[in-house]
Design a protein around this ligand. Structure first.
Ligand code: UN1
Length: 517
């Protein structure tokens, strides 16, 4: 029998990416030294063991940190545009490996192949962005209050950046961080999710080629593997001035406290509870596309996934019928097969969380409109395939207030003006992404105004997911406040210095203070 891995050329892809049966999970550039327990990576697509990764021990971690700290000493002195050239080469390698890496992302994480390729495209895009930025790490100049003085600010590299990433974007989020950290003159230590360790090894193998070809110091990109205990080594380590962490709000609170207790900086991108407001002036066809992709894309496992649809009562039935009928068209199955829309959840624990959400919404008084359920039988052997579900609910339900990383969409009704919908949209603890579907300029502008959406991302006539890398990405409230990827997100990867230069022969003090000797 031909396996899914054989049918979709996975063996060749793994070979191209340098993935073996057992892989080193701790490395600095070309050097590997893992001595920890084995971590097996099973595909949620077919339940098969893909390969095994050796985790990092505390001794391995120490070696990584020493190598990274040493590498920083020289890397920080390389001119920023030259560091940009390194990132350009990395982007080129990603272009060559897009197909293989996209396939691995799809097979190890379970997202559709299109989305796997899309994720690698985000990596390529951030590289291009960072290359340009490497010539634009501008500070400001200010006018001094003293004669014959000049004031300006400049940005210097920060040091070792610790990156803790989640399973749902197993490669792109690391690249957002690494590309910016590199042009900033920082070096990186990355702990990928223990659910997608092979994606981490594959990326490290790609970047290792760039490091070798350019004779760069080993420690500028390091990989460590393991569970939260390995993450805790990083968050408590004073040698890491910045920790960038993506994951649940629960995890973020632990990371934030550990990093803050040593006065380090953290960049957090945590849970979302994203809503689309559908007003009487919405284009229903566009609404359906945006809402369905937002809710079922990546099987509802994006931080930006649409969890709530807030629909005006005058069009509620119409929108409901259109969405329910679109769900009837969804094909669930092997994500490598491009005929399918929805792949599996990451693991059986995620399936439990999904089942729990569905029973909770009913227990709290919600009404199921599209039945959920776990699929079994041929093609569904991994036990991770679930049916996208829809329930009518109330914003006050505990389960609606909670982020469930699965394709469960809650329909909420609003009456009166758009202010009421905005209140519901903002009435959750999280603040990542939000959207309004309307052709009414007043509603759209109000949604974007100071009394509008309180999220880090607010869209008009676009769904909640699928942000471009050029904008700053992240959110408010329990989403953690961090901003990654585009805009001026680079600034957190650098330290700012204010400089005042006196080019006279006297020494006047600021604020007009006299101090005559
Ligand atoms: C995430 O889910 O952590 O906006 C990242 C999006 C993607 C990134 C999501 N560009 O949906």
């Amino acid at each position: 029998m031909i396996t899914i891995a054989q049918q979709f050329g996975m063996t060749e892809a793994l070979q191209q990416l340098g993935i073996h049966t057992i892989n080193e999970g701790t490395s600095t550039g070309q050097n590997h030294f893992s001595n920890g327990e084995l971590l097996e990576s099973f595909s949620p697509v077919d339940g098969q063991l893909i390969a095994t990764v050796k985790t990092s021990t505390i001794v391995d971690y120490e070696k990584v940190m020493q190598t990274a700290t040493e590498a920083f000493q020289s890397f920080r002195t390389m001119p920023a545009p030259q560091r940009g050239e390194i990132v350009r080469q990395f982007g080129e390698k990603l272009r060559k490996n897009k197909e293989a890496l996209g396939k691995l992302v799809s097979y190890e994480m379970g997202k559709s192949l299109q989305e796997g390729y899309g994720e690698v495209q985000e990596m390529i895009d951030i590289c291009d962005f960072a290359v340009g930025l490497s010539r634009q790490l501008h500070g400001l100049t200010m006018h001094s209050e003293r004669p014959g003085h000049r004031m300006y600010e400049q940005y210097h590299p920060l040091g070792v950046v610790g990156i803790i990433s989640a399973f749902n974007f197993p490669v792109a989020v690391w690249a957002w961080n690494t590309a910016l950290a590199w042009i900033s003159g920082d070096v990186c230590v990355w702990k990928p999710s223990e659910k997608t360790p092979l994606c981490g090894v594959a990326c490290q193998n790609i970047i290792a080629q760039v490091i070798k070809e350019n004779n760069l110091p080993e420690g500028i990109s390091c990989l460590i593997n393991g569970d939260y205990t390995v993450g805790a080594l990083m968050t408590n380590d004073k040698r890491i001035p910045l920790i960038s962490a993506t994951g649940s709000t629960r995890m973020g609170k632990i990371v934030a406290q550990a990093v803050a207790s040593r006065l380090g900086k953290s960049l957090l991108e945590l849970g979302g509870n994203n809503a689309i407001i559908v007003t009487p002036d919405a284009d229903i066809k566009m609404t359906v596309i945006g809402a369905v992709f937002g809710a079922v894309g990546t099987a509802g496992q994006r931080c930006t996934s649409t969890r709530r649809l807030i629909i005006h009562e005058s069009i509620y039935e119409k929108v409901k019928d259109a969405i329910v009928s679109a769900y009837g068209q969804l094909k669930i199955g092997n994500p490598l097969d491009q005929n399918n829309h929805v792949g599996p959840l990451i693991d059986l624990h995620a399936v439990e969380m999904y089942k729990n959400a569905l029973s909770k919404v009913v227990a709290e008084g919600g009404k199921v409109l599209v039945e959920g359920g776990v699929l079994s039988g041929e093609g569904y052997e991994s036990g991770c395939y679930v049916k996208p579900a829809i329930a009518e609910a109330d914003n006050s339900f505990e389960i609606v207030q909670h982020e469930t990383f699965a394709p469960v969409l809650y329909l909420l009704r609003y009456s009166g003006t758009v202010e009421n919908a905005i209140q519901l949209q903002n009435g959750v603890a999280q603040g990542l992404s939000s959207a309004i579907m309307t052709n009414n300029l007043r509603e759209a502008e109000l949604f974007l105004s100071v009394v509008g959406s309180d999220c880090g991302i607010a869209n008009v006539n676009i769904g909640t997911s699928g942000a471009e890398i050029g904008g700053a990405f992240g959110g408010e409230k329990e989403t953690g406040g961090g901003r990654e990827s585009g805009s001026d997100a680079w600034k957190i990867y650098m330290r700012r210095q204010t400089n005042t230069i006196n080019y006279t022969t006297s020494l006047p003090l600021a604020q007009g203070i006299k101090f005559d000797l």
